[in-house]
Design a protein around this ligand. Structure first.
Ligand code: F6P
Length: 364
């Protein structure tokens, strides 16, 4: 039996399919394999600084494998180092990381497992710097975390986006329209690129390859010249025109990353309609990409991450993130995981494959 007796876990940042699968795998492996009990903190780091918990016994996590969301709740606010506070009537922020350290110690925890994307794992890395033993598990539909080949949640979002494209395809064809689909992904174009490839998008616009309107107009006209009476365009929320700014839909001051992207799809639709003699319609897929039951791929990946995290916890492995490298689950230093975002390489094989089948990226 391991010397480790009790660990904590929280799910931070935007939710994504597979969080419950991770919790189930972590709790069952910890209990059955190592005799370790697990305390869950509610609503991300909020539960850690405010001491709000849920005891996670194996029975509590039974039956949650296919459920979307997270039974612990999640939040992309309440960064312990920057918690909203009102002092003398003035709104500001305060550092409550010492509260986090105190609550962690009060439960007699040997380790905190943080299931999160780059925001939550950056906070976890800062807590590690204060001496808290941490294990990270990479989650996000954006698939933008360095040091792992894949995050869980991405495959489900990709499936949802591909299904949406398939549905728009038939309407585009029936009505001889240009249909624009805006998908999530923040500063990375993974969802747009891969959904565009899987769903036969004629034009794919991603943050990593700034586009020109002229090039997109040209792509539609060229298709018309070849007898194609419709065009399907996928645009990432973080995409921007050459020399232009990203589209920001709102600013959430107390969030880890306060900028919320959005608006690129409707803007593009309006600009195209001004220049083309056909109808252009925009659709924003939004949070539908974050919901629903995880795909089998995500259930399996999340389970493998949870199992590996429990085993690492028992063996005394600290300050790392579990990661997928090729076909194997391994670990990577937490510092490496949060050092930079993993973006699409415009020269990569996958982009070249898309170009080879005639997909346009708006930069030609
Ligand atoms: O990081 C996941 C994600 O869904 C991004 O793709 C998107 O930009 C952002 O979160 C949306 O956040 P919120 O749920 O706060 O609108």
């Amino acid at each position: 039996m391991s010397k480790v007796k009790r660990i904590g876990v929280l799910t931070g940042g935007g939710d994504c399919p597979g969080l419950n699968a991770v919790l189930r795998a972590l709790v069952k492996t910890a209990a059955y394999g190592h005799g370790i009990s697990v305390v869950g903190f509610l609503d991300g780091f909020s539960g850690l600084i405010r001491d709000r918990t849920l005891r996670l016994e194996p029975d509590r996590v039974s039956g949650i494998l296919p459920r979307g969301g997270t039974i612990l709740g999640s939040s992309n606010k309440d960064n312990p180092f920057r918690v909203p506070a009102v002092t003398d009537g003035v709104k500001g922020f305060e550092d409550r990381s010492d509260d986090a350290m105190r609550v962690f110690a009060a439960y007699g925890l040997d380790l905190l497992v943080v299931v999160g994307g780059d925001g939550s794992l950056t906070i976890a890395h800062q807590l590690a710097g204060k001496g808290m033993p941490i294990l990270g598990i990479p989650k996000t539909i954006d698939n933008d975390l360095a040091a792992t080949d894949l995050t869980f949640g991405f495959d489900t979002a990709l499936t949802t986006a591909t299904e949406a494209l398939d549905k728009l395809h038939t309407t585009a064809a029936s009505h001889h329209r240009v249909q624009v689909l805006e998908v999530m992904g923040r500063y990375a174009g993974w969802i747009a690129l891969q959904a565009g490839l899987a769903g036969g998008g004629d034009v794919i616009l991603i943050p990593e390859i700034p586009f020109t309107i002229d090039s997109v107009v040209e792509a539609v006209k060229e298709r018309a010249f070849r007898g194609r009476t419709f065009t399907l365009i996928v645009i990432a929320e973080g995409a921007r025109a050459q020399g232009g700014e990203r589209f920001v839909s709102r600013v959430v001051e107390d969030s880890t990353d306060s900028v919320r992207l959005g608006g690129a799809g409707y803007w593009l639709s309006a600009e195209l309609e001004k220049r083309l003699d056909r109808e252009v319609r925009g659709t924003v897929l939004g949070h539908l990409q974050r919901g629903g039951s995880p795909t089998p791929f995500d259930r399996i990946l999340a389970t493998r991450y949870g199992v590996h995290a429990a085993n690492c916890a028992a063996q005394g492995v600290r300050q790392v993130m579990v990661a997928l490298k090729g076909m194997e689950i391994t670990t990577a230093p937490l510092a490496e995981a949060v050092a930079q975002l993993r973006l699409v390489d415009p020269e990569s094989q996958i982009v070249r494959a898309a170009r080879a089948v005639g997909t346009r990226f708006g930069d030609e």
